[in-house]
Ligand binder design. Structure first.
Ligand SMILES: [Zn+2]
Length: 645
């Protein structure tokens, strides 16, 4: 089994892409200051978070109760993680003094033994580590550790890392199979992947061992969670967990025995990301096989065409194979971010490129849809079909919002999108031994070292316009490149100057050597727009087709096509024209234009039902990338078109 691929340093990568570059810029210019105001409760018309205030209370600098959800601290940690990446990219240097100040505050809120959690320190010191199932203590610690590692990597400063180590050392003492240790594990996974990161940055193997312990202990019998509930006689933070089942948090059977994506989708993805890491670190074949089974089940039977996962609005969870409703689904933005994390690690540990097809799908569709182009509104839930007036509060549709929101009382998604965009470079480049690997075709520059010499690489991608990716390399010696060939590119060519190359393709990667000095390679990927159908077992998509171009899923919006999009039909494999980008959107991505038919029921007047009488009306349709929907006002949206027989 392979070892983990090496990450390129954050500060060595710059994103210059017309689409992603605009979002990355928004993170430093808009998202970070916007979120800072929210953490400080300085934003009008937004629910209070009490986040910074809670740390002041925990540090003993303010009196009063600690408020907000039990895992509110993670908002600050994810903010700090985004800040770290933007500092590394040279775009957020002005935030460094603010970050240092708030890290000092975190340090003051940490207890002498390393314990750090504002809820339990202030409100329930006697309840520490007593409600792992609901209390999110280990989840919160995980986000703190991730932020601390990122901040150390970005700035070289050790203060935050020292706080994290002290906390991780405490966790390593409290939990384990030794005498006097608790045999617990987190209700919401996250600490495991964070401890792997902490091990990789410190070289301290005990952090890796604790991560492995949490995964291996999970799901053991008798159930730790059931014992906890019995001891306290009920539920503490989430009373609606009365019918809690262990599969919800993947704790019904040990993870290594699991065969499918199950339960709360974000928990599952964070767990699987750690399992893939551990499979590589320990060369654990059984753990890798479990990861493969869960990945295959998820991507082949439970994933939306947009890379969304977790179709149930009830408890944010996976349901069963092929159950993929389009209007009532959940598909949390964080779950697709988790899918990206899992896929990235599976590719690293197996050396196979195809995992990145789903990573790319999630990134280009659900994750990017999670934020508006201005960078101050967010989707938590990502439906594939919306009728705004049907998104009614206090009903089964309560979770579906027809417009992006300023913030959420449970605000996992906005800072998660921000940290993902701010660290986008990790999904584009990696180092694999002497080879420099390219996974995504997002315009960017990288200055790094590969095969023992310096390499400057510039990628100019017009993938979304014409499928071309120009890769210019300047290096002191020959540079070995590994370029992922995406699954959607049935045909492709690569040229060096005027010469067509005939490179080796291995595990989905094209292998090519760029000569010393300056060389330009041009990769040409076939990404013509095409119609996609779903397996007949996906009842929700029966007789329907969706439009894709490369990794982008396209959708119809009311603004371009009028309302009652449910009337719209297309003929099978209707020819598609590419047209100018829609006004007011970013990225210069062509719209797609094609003829359609509106099938109308006529003669009903105001009656709800009546005799079937159909009229067909020809229409010309315009589709935009799904990730950009709801950036030009509220209205209907539709991904899956009915197909006219
Ligand atoms: Zn979320």
């Amino acid at each position: 089994m392979r070892q983990e691929r090496e990450k390129i340093r954050w500060k060595d990568i710059r994103i210059t892409d017309s689409l992603f570059g605009s979002y990355v810029k928004r993170v430093s210019e808009k998202v970070i200051p916007h979120q800072w105001k929210i953490l400080n409760d300085q934003l009008e018309d937004s629910e209070k978070t009490y986040c910074i205030q809670n740390f002041r209370v925990a540090a003993g600098e303010l009196t009063g109760e600690r408020k907000g959800v039990v895992f509110q601290d993670t908002d600050l940690y994810k903010w700090l993680e985004s800040v770290a990446y933007t500092i590394a990219a040279g775009q957020g240097l002005e935030y460094e003094p603010l970050a240092d100040e708030v890290i000092d505050l975190i340090g003051r809120a940490q207890e002498p033994d390393g314990y750090l959690n504002t809820y339990f320190t202030v409100n329930a010191p006697h309840r520490k580590w007593k409600n792992l199932m609901e209390g999110h203590e280990l989840y919160t610690a995980g986000h703190m550790i991730e932020a601390a590692v990122a901040y150390y990597e970005a700035t070289g400063k050790t203060k935050f890392l020292d706080i994290a180590r002290k906390n991780a050392d405490l966790i390593g003492q409290v939990f384990g199979r030794g005498e006097g240790q608790k045999r617990g594990y987190p209700g919401h996974q996250e600490i495991e992947l964070a401890l792997v990161k902490l091990y990789r940055v410190t070289g301290e193997r005990r952090y890796l061992e604790t991560a492995r312990y949490f995964i291996e202990e999970r799901g053991s019998c008798p159930s730790y969670f059931e014992q906890e509930v019995a001891e306290r006689g009920g539920f503490e933070f989430f009373p609606d967990f009365q019918d809690y089942d262990l599969a919800y948090s993947q704790a019904d059977i040990p993870p290594v025995q699991q065969t499918k994506a199950e339960g709360h989708s974000v928990r599952d993805m964070y767990m699987c990301a750690a399992m893939a890491d551990l499979a590589g670190e320990y060369e654990d074949e059984a753990m890798l096989q479990a990861c493969r089974r869960i990945w295959d089940n998820m991507t082949q039977k439970q994933m939306y065409i947009t890379g969304g996962i977790g179709s149930s609005g009830f408890r944010e969870r996976f349901t069963t194979d092929y159950d993929l409703p389009n209007a009532t689904n959940y598909s949390e933005t964080c779950a697709s971010i988790g899918l990206m994390m899992f896929g990235q690690r599976m590719s690293a540990v197996t050396g196979e490129a195809f995992y990145y097809d789903s990573v790319e799908l999630a990134l280009y569709n659900t994750v990017l849809a999670g934020i508006n182009i201005e960078g101050d509104r967010y989707f938590y839930v990502n439906p594939l079909e919306v009728v705004p007036e049907f998104c009614t509060a206090h009903t089964y549709m309560n979770h579906v919002k027809p417009i992006r929101q300023k913030w959420f009382s449970i605000a996992c998604c906005p800072p998660n999108v921000a940290r993902t965009l701010a660290s986008l470079g990790q999904y584009i480049y990696a180092r694999d031994g002497e080879e420099l690997v390219i996974h995504q075709f997002i315009s960017s520059e990288v200055q790094t070292e590969a095969g023992g010499h310096n390499v400057e690489l510039r990628m100019d991608s017009t993938l979304m316009q014409d499928g071309k990716v120009k890769i210019s390399i300047r290096s002191e010696a020959d540079t070995k490149l590994k370029i992922r060939i995406p699954g959607y590119a049935v045909n492709w060519t690569i040229r060096a100057g005027e010469a067509d190359l005939d490179p080796v393709v291995e595990k989905g990667y094209l292998k090519v050597t760029a000569k010393a000095g300056e060389q330009t390679l041009v990769l040409d990927l076939d990404i013509h727009p095409h119609w996609v159908a779903a397996n007949d077992l996906v009842r929700a998509d029966a007789g329907k087709a969706a439009l894709m171009k490369g990794p982008f899923v396209y959708c119809l919006e009311e603004k371009d096509n009028g309302n009652l999009l449910s009337q719209v039909c297309v003929e099978a494999n209707q020819k598609i024209q590419e047209a100018a980008p829609a006004e007011g959107l970013v990225g210069e991505i062509p719209t797609l234009s094609y003829p359609g038919v509106r099938v109308k029921n006529v003669g009903l007047g105001d009656n709800l039902y009546g005799a079937l009488q159909i009229e067909k009306e020809k229409t010309q349709l315009t589709a935009i990338p799904y990730c950009l929907w709801n950036n030009r006002g509220e209205g209907e949206m539709l991904v899956w078109h009915r197909v006219l027989i």
